[in-house]
Design a protein around this ligand. Sequence first.
Ligand code: DGL
Length: 274
Amino acid sequence: MPPRRPTIGVFDSGFGGLTVLRELAALVPDADYIYFGDTARLPYGSKSVETVARYATGAAHYLERHGAGMLVIACNTATALALDRITEAASVPVIGVVEPGAERAAAASQNRKVVVIGTEATVASHAYLRALQARGMDAKEKACPLLVPLVEEGWVEHPVTEVVAQIYLNEAFAGGFEHADVLVLGCTHYPLLKPLLHRIAPAHVTIVDSAESTAQVVSEQLRRSPLPILTDEERRHTPRFKFFATDSVEKFRRLGARFLGHPVEDVQHVDLKE
Ligand code: DGL
């Protein structure tokens, strides 16, 4: 039997998780990727734990049924609210974005003071706070709900986004956190704002991108449990991608390309029954 390339299932509420897929494909090119974007039901960032857990476990089952041997929960909100529920429901290894982000932040901080930005739901769950406190960090979480729609509008280098982000960061780097030296991007959309955030964050701040940290963790895990041996032909293969979206395929292609950094081709519409 020819050796099989591993299939990694990546889940997100919509397009944002493509920032995680982009990092994964760069670090783990010897894999196939199936991506599920729950675009019909986004945003998750303003929904309850119950709803997010139900949606996310449904998507996880779908990815498993389509051959995923590992699941990466790219959505910060789904990870923060429902990682335990997804892991319980899945029969393959599951990796979320919060622990890798917190681990990298703890390693990067000199003064053990960290600011995390994310959606309302991620912040309300305090998942990052707990993960950082467990590593001896003092953390402040700040919800930045306007940033997701601004990024989806394509306003990543726009004066309005700059003003909005500056207001959020001023509020975050305050109240004892003026000297926090790490800013964690706890939302799939924020990596697209990295150049802007670099410009407006206090000069001493290191930006930690959970997408990058998660890809690193997945790559290390796959190194520990090695991938099947690949043929030369397979090794030459660039990663193959297949996308599932619960809303318009055309919109997924259009917006997805911005997040992934290259065209999004093989997209199939999925109607998940409740
Ligand atoms: N994917 C979500 C996250 O990373 C952002 C978009 C949403 O709210 O659904 O938290």
